[in-house]
Every structure is written in C-alpha cells, then in structure tokens.
Write a protein that binds this ligand. Structure first.
Ligand code: ADP
Length: 359
C-alpha cells in the first residue's frame, strides 16, 4: 500500500501499541485524516470499519451484521456515479440480491463523501431512504452494502420509457413518486437538518414492490438550521438551483429546486435547458441563473402539476415551499392512493423487465 504523489497524503508509521498502524494525513493537517491498521481496519472520525463490517461508531463497538465479502458474488454493474461503481451482488448464504457501492478510500473527497453517506444510512431505517446492510473495508476499497432496488433509478426508468418512443412519464406516475420523494426530503430536512445536495433522477430508486427511495447521500451536508447554508460547491450542476450556481448561500430550498427540474424532465421526457443537450456548460449555468425557470405546457398537464413545478422552480429560494408544505399541495393529494389507486409495483415490474444493465 502506498500513497502516491497525486493523493497528497503523508505516510506516518507508528509501531507502538498492538500492531503497526499507518496514519494518513493531509499535508497541512495536524490530525490524521484517517488511519489503517495492519489488520486492515479503517478509522475515520466516528467510524471504525474492517473486513467484517462496521466495528464501532462513536467509540462504541457495534454488533457486526455478518455480511462477508467472500459471501458476495459480484454481478453486473448497475451504475457508475461520479465517485463510485455500483454492482449487483448475490449474498450466497441468504440468496438475497444486494447492491454494492465500491469506493476507493485513498481519495480524500471520496472518504469525506463516504462518511457523510454512512452517517445518513447508518441511522434508523426509513421507508423513503435506501436500506443499508453494512460497510466493509478491504485493501483500499470500501464496499457499502445496500438494499438492491430492482427497478433501478428514475433516470433508468425514464431512459427505458424514452426508448419506447412514448416521451416522458405520466403525471399519475410522477404524482405517486413525488409523495415518496417529499417524505424522504422532509425527513432529511426537518429531522436531520440535512440538505441532500444531489437530488436528480439518478438518485431516486424504485423497486418492484412499488417503493421509491432516495439514495446517494455522499454529498449531503448537515446544516445549522438557523443559518441554512452550505459553503462548498459540489454536486450535479444540471439540477442545481440558481442561487447555488451563482455562489450564494443555499439550503433546503435548493433540494426543492432540484426536485422541480427532475419532475419537469421526467414529464417532458427531456432535460428542460437546451444548453445541456449541446454540452455547453457555461451556457447551461447562464440559462439556469438568468433565464425564466422551465415550465410545463398547459395542454398536456394539469393545473395542479404545473403549479407544483412552478412553485418548486421559483427563482427566489424564499418563495419555494418546504417539503412539508408540498406534501399538502393539491398535485400530491389528488394522486394519493385513496383517491387515485395505481399499481406502481406493476408499473416498475413492467419497466424493469426491459432494463438493460450498464456494461
Ligand atoms: P455516486 O454516489 O457515485 O453518484 P450512486 O449512488 O448515485 O453513485 O449510484 C449510481 C447508479 O447506480 C444509480 O443511478 C443507480 O442506477 C445505481 N444504483 C445505486 N444504488 C443502487 C441500489 N441500491 N439498487 C439498484 N441500483 C442502484
């Protein structure tokens, strides 16, 4: 194991204690950024992780969940994110399908993302957040073992629907999905004071039981709810709010903007800003910051849906309703199960039967 020049890490050998430990620290930092013991234990901030999973959180040992790398048969690639590779895997002892997100811990940005993701996933399981089984460390790679969402992401679903030539997703399907996404965002914002920061179709996952869950918390940041502000500038630009792209403070309302862009894209069947199509990054930024927000055409969509998107896409973040307020919006309530029953599970099953894995 070695820290290459590009990693910007310094190696420090400490032969005291039970074994030889290696601490990796940034050149300017006093404290080690993370450490690896000879036995293959990764220690960073509140987490201690080894080959058998998460061993301790906040200095307290936790029961290991029993997922072993050797028990996992790695299958096809489900997706490639900016910072990781996600593979489908069979857990042989239980014959359960899982999704395994693989990251390289020698990259500082990825380590920080990993910790943010673990803090969100390790908390209590929730129906709107992708299930977490364990996190294992082995030979420089971190394996986050997640619930397998067999319907893929909303981006996958949209692509399949587009491939059939039928444009976007129906308003009814989007109404059903929106409620779940808002429940997840409301929990993140209200209970955990966390901004997701990377809301987009690729981070909304579906399964054949009709469940819809938010994933990818690598970019989430806990906010001081009084300040509602993130200083850093990362994430997926195409779904970022105008205030964020212009470098102003941003907070929970930024996730609401991203939801609005996601819904307009899924309804129209194409991303609403034309510059994206031409790969022109600076024009795209200028369009998001300066142009009127995208909207849905009157002829094809209900007044409720158009108003919902218009409110999410208010250029002024102060005008955007919270996730909690949006849960009471007529667009969400008119598609509630008791008023408009719909077999979302059947829809996902039909679409995923056409699913093409990434190679
Ligand atoms: P990154 O953090 O690098 O952006 P993601 O978590 O967004 O990676 O995952 C990338 C893609 O992998 C997703 O868009 C989705 O298609 C697929 N994916 C991720 N997690 C799962 C999961 N639990 N079940 C099924 N597919 C998944």
């Amino acid at each position: 194991m070695a820290a290459g020049p590009s990693s910007g890490l310094q190696l420090e050998l400490d032969a005291s204690g039970s074994g030889m430990d290696i601490n990796f620290s940034g050149p300017l930092s006093e404290q080690p950024s993370f450490s690896l013991s000879q036995s293959g234990t990764f220690v960073k901030e509140d987490f201690v992780i080894n080959k058998s999973g998460i061993a301790a959180v906040n200095g307290t040992p936790v029961p290991q969940l029993g997922v072993r790398l050797g028990d996992l048969e790695m299958l096809e690639i489900l997706g490639k994110g900016a910072s990781s590779l996600v593979r489908k895997a069979l857990h042989r002892p239980s014959s359960t399908m899982l999704a395994v997100k693989i990251l390289n811990v020698f990259d500082k940005g990825k380590r920080d993302q990993l910790l943010r993701e673990l803090r969100t996933l390790y908390s209590n399981p929730l129906p709107w957040i992708v299930g977490f089984h364990d996190c294992l460390y082995d030979e420089g790679a971190m394996y986050i073992v997640l619930e397998y969402m067999d319907g893929g992401s909303l981006a996958d679903v949209l692509q399949i629907v587009r491939d059939t030539g039928s444009g976007g997703l129906s308003e009814l399907v989007l109404g059903k999905l929106t409620r779940h996404v808002l429940e997840g965002l409301n929990h993140l914002h209200h209970e955990r004071h966390q901004v997701h920061r990377d809301m987009k179709p690729g981070n909304i996952l579906l399964n054949s039981s009709g469940e819809v869950k938010i994933s990818d918390f690598g970019l989430s940041a806990e906010l001081d709810s009084t300040k509602e502000m993130c200083a850093t500038f990362i994430g997926t630009h195409a779904y970022m709010s105008p205030e964020r792209l212009s470098g102003a403070p941003y907070g929970f309302a930024s996730d609401i903007w991203s939801l609005g862009v996601t819904l307009v894209e899924c309804a129209l069947g194409e991303y609403p800003y034309p510059a994206y199509e031409h790969g022109n990054y600076f024009v795209l930024l200028s369009q998001i910051i300066n142009d009127p927000a995208p909207s849905l055409p009157e002829a094809q969509f209900s007044a409720e849906f158009r108003d919902f998107c218009a409110q999410c896409l208010s250029k002024d973040p102060a005008q955007r309703p919270s996730a909690q307020q949006l849960l009471a919006h007529p667009f969400v309530t008119m598609y509630a199960d008791e008023r408009r029953p719909f077999d979302l599970a059947g829809f996902v099953q039909t679409v995923s039967a056409m699913y093409r894995p990434v190679t």
